[in-house]
Ligand binder design. Structure first.
Ligand code: SAM
Ligand code: SF4
Length: 334
């Protein structure tokens, strides 16, 4: 391996999240406006460029690759990319290949993803109520996602559910969702809603449900055991003694998690964001398209990592959405 990537705060970069499309078959209210304008296809990295880019990061020490979007499974021929990445799993350089999906296409793809070496998948699901699901995703249908979950488990994939905690929307589903996951052997992670992108008329402050409050409510029904942090990621985990299941809490707002951040994100156009909550980014598409040799690309990656900030500035505490970033989550990849 080449000299590994270490940022100015001595954090080794082992984890790459890659958005492969900005498009999606849902329009979740906290993520997109109903009338989104998507990028022209030529702006997107091709599958070959995605391969070159990921392979460069893996040479530089990335061990975990998460594919996201937009909805990664609506990108045309995306299985070709997953299959290509499996060579890095086979060589041992890549330890984990995974994805975050809304689950709509899992029924179709779960078997092939498992065959390509994917072992785990994160599925975003905010409610188990069909009418609420249609409301929050605007275009989604719950039964399709539930069939996707079944298909994933049948294919042997470990499933983790991600739910955005939304005040007045899914507060009443804390226990039903916990039980749903316990019965199916799924972990469940709750995410605080983040101030990303212009989403039309939705009220961010009105949506914000603090996970401290969620935790307090959970503690009324279960014995919570805090688990040590071993992921370098934003989630803090606890175990419910009664069911044994893991509950993750991603709290960018009420607690900052930046000091152990080992990850970087790349958009579907090849911009690298070394912090989800900052505007600063560098272009990798130029070096990718500018030369067939990987030297300029690796130099650009190193230069970008050298600019990784210490952390983000999201803050709801002054009753204003401070530290807000203008791009949508579907652009950077959640
Ligand atoms: N379409 C896929 C999905 O929904 O899982 C992958 C991309 S989506 C942008 C990744 C994650 O970001 C989802 O779990 C979604 O709920 C979350 N997300 C989107 N917008 C968010 C926001 N404003 N605050 C917090 N999480 C958000
Ligand atoms: Fe699509 Fe995922 Fe954003 Fe929902 S959260 S609109 S599924 S990208």
């Amino acid at each position: 391996m080449d000299k590994p990537l270490v940022d100015p705060f001595q954090r080794a970069i082992r984890y790459l999240r890659l958005s492969v499309t900005d498009r999606c078959d849902f329009r979740c209210v906290y993520c997109m406006s109903e009338n989104m304008t998507f990028l022209p296809k030529k702006e997107l990295l091709t599958l070959e460029e995605l391969d070159r880019l990921c392979s460069a990061f893996i040479r530089l020490g990335v061990e975990k690759l998460r594919i996201t979007g937009g909805e990664p499974l609506v990108r045309r021929d995306i299985l070709t990319f997953f299959r290509a990445m499996s060579r890095h799993l086979e060589s041992g350089a890549l330890k984990e290949l995974t994805l975050t999906t809304n689950g709509s296409q899992l029924e179709r793809f779960a078997g092939d993803l498992a065959a390509a070496g994917v072992r785990r998948v994160n599925v975003s699901l905010d409610t188990l109520d069909e009418a609420k699901f249609a409301r929050i995703t605007r275009w989604g249908r719950l039964p399709q996602v539930l069939r996707g979950l079944d298909a994933a488990q049948k294919a042997g994939l470990r499933v983790k559910l991600n739910a955005v905690a939304l005040k007045g929307f899914n507060e009443d589903e804390l226990l039903p969702m916990t039980r749903f996951c316990a019965e199916r052997g799924m972990d469940l992670t709750w995410i605080e809603v983040m101030p990303m992108g212009d989403i039309g008329n939705e009220d961010r402050l009105g949506q914000y449900w603090s996970l401290d409050d969620l935790r307090t409510q959970l503690a009324r029904h279960y014995t919570l055991q805090d688990l040590p942090d071993d992921t370098g990621g934003p989630a803090r985990y606890l175990r419910l003694a009664e069911t044994g299941q893991r509950i993750g809490l991603i709290t960018p707002l009420s607690h900052n998690f930046c000091e152990s951040c080992n990850r970087v994100r790349i958009t579907c156009t090849g911009e690298i964001y070394t912090c989800l909550g900052q505007e600063g980014h560098s272009d990798l598409r130029g070096p990718l398209r500018g030369s067939d040799a990987d030297g300029p690309l690796e130099d650009a990656i190193r230069a970008a990592i050298a600019l990784k900030p210490r952390g983000h500035d999201f803050d709801y505490s002054r009753q204003a959405v401070d530290g807000r970033v203008t791009r949508h989550m579907s652009h950077t990849g959640g």
